[in-house]
Design a protein around this ligand. Structure first.
Ligand code: LLP
Length: 412
């Protein structure tokens, strides 16, 4: 099921007209399709059925509690990257024993919080971090379960800002150093070595880099299984890409399963996955209202009430998001879709054929369910948008629109 589609020229989110949502809840507005979220989870779980992975939804993609709970109901675990995300996970009702904790800069306070909650394991980025986890665990009279993050040095052919598994990236340790890091960690009281982690990048549209990475680390996995009795998890990270443009051809989950299946079967380890964008990206729209049409000698600027502070991906990565008219109209205009923020980099689409619109019309920015609201800011003192969940013909607010009072909360 596609989350969004047209009925007699009107854009619908499941069984609900987007126009009605905009009228009811205001704009800019994030709209999520609950059934699309469920269906993406099930598609991945079904494709991976033979491997039975623990699918840990990567909370950073969309950390709204209603989104997290939707996946928890489907049986997901969670991948978190901060104490704040652990707090959200617990608030949404997650079982800590199904939570993995990533990130290069975990503080003592975050580590202690995770140890107290009893998470499944930490994915560890450096020897120093392992030592810190060990010390924290001893202090709390407990054990920290760890999986080092290996950087397999493969090129996932994605945006440089979304590449994480190459030598020049800050993430993980190279193969040789990972091997030594395990030896060092094995000598520390307070740690249990339970797995190996990798995450090679994001928005990956080809399954071959995943297979290549797996091939590179398979030998190390075998050694670790021999050496450490508790070693049983292979965490493949996230990164599965989605369709942003109509002609993008992201891999089907079945293709991913075929690419990694034989190697993971041969290793006999329990697989963990950390999908984010795959589960939420195409479940979300950012709906905005046209404020002005401004023309200059070169092009047309369609000025809307949504801006880079609401969705930063176009500005930050030059990411392409489809721009959909909420009511279909004849014709297009060539130009930029921009917001009110005082930056030349404030655009949602640039130098494209845009739907021909007039002041007051509604537009929807596609594929905004991942790294949309979670990367939003209040720059220019713009309160962040409301978020709405749609399930069939029902809709409800899952986060209130921020107010001007929210902007100054905590200021003294
Ligand atoms: N696991 C780890 C350790 C990660 O760092 C990430 C994403 C994921 C899983 C989930 O990756 P996904 O399945 O969503 O590709 N802000 C960027 C994406 C940055 C991703 C950061 N890490 C964007 O808007 O495209």
């Amino acid at each position: 099921m596609e989350a969004f589609g047209y009925r007699e020229g009107e854009l619908f989110a499941e069984g609900t007209a987007v126009r009605d949502l905009a009228d009811r809840y205001g704009t800019p507005l994030y709209v999520y399709s609950r059934n699309h979220l469920r269906q993406r989870y099930r598609a991945l779980a079904d494709a991976m059925a033979a491997i039975q992975p623990l699918i840990c939804y990567s909370v950073k993609a969309n950390s709204n509690g209603a989104v997290i709970r939707t996946f928890l109901e489907e049986g997901a675990g969670l991948d978190i990257v901060s104490g704040g995300e652990l707090y959200r996970a617990r608030r949404a009702g997650a079982d800590p024993a199904r939570v993995v904790f990533a990130g290069v800069g975990k503080t003592r306070a975050e580590i202690e919080y995770a140890l107290r909650e009893g998470i499944l394991f930490f994915t560890v980025e450096s020897e120093a971090e392992a030592a810190r986890i060990a010390a924290c665990a001893r202090g709390l009279n407990t054990t920290g379960r760890i999986a080092f993050r290996v950087n397999p040095d493969v090129d996932p052919s994605t945006h440089t800002y979304m590449t994480t598994g190459k030598k020049e990236n800050k993430f993980g340790l190279d193969l040789e150093r990972t091997r030594r890091a395990y030896e060092t960690a094995a000598g520390l009281d307070g740690l249990e070595i339970v797995g190996l982690h990798m995450h090679i990048g994001s928005q990956i549209l080809d399954v071959r880099p995943f297979a290549a990475a797996l091939e590179k680390v398979a030998g190390l996995c075998r050694e670790l299984r021999e050496a450490y009795p508790a070693f049983r998890y292979l965490d493949l990270g996230g990164g599965l890409g989605i369709r942003y443009r109509p002609d993008d051809a992201p891999p089907e989950p079945a293709a991913f399963a075929r690419a990694v299946g034989p190697a993971v079967h041969a290793l006999g380890l329990s697989v963990v996955m950390e999908p984010g964008r795959f589960l939420t990206g195409n479940a979300g729209l950012l709906v905005c209202r046209v404020q002005y049409i401004k023309e200059n000698a070169l092009k047309t600027f369609v000025v809307t009430d949504a801006a880079m502070n609401d969705l930063i991906r176009p500005s930050l990565y030059e990411a392409h998001h489809e721009i959909l008219p909420v009511t279909r109209r004849e014709g297009t205009v060539y130009g930029d879709l921009v917001g009110p923020v005082c930056e030349s980099g404030d655009f949602l689409a640039r130098e494209r054929e845009l739907p021909r619109v007039a002041e007051g019309d509604l537009l929807a920015v596609g594929s905004a369910g991942a790294y949309g609201f979670t990367m939003a800011s209040t720059y220019n003192s713009r309160p962040r948008p409301a978020e709405v969940m749609v399930d069939g013909e029902e809709s409800w607010v899952v986060r209130d629109r921020e107010t001007w009072e929210d902007l100054v909360r905590g200021e003294r």
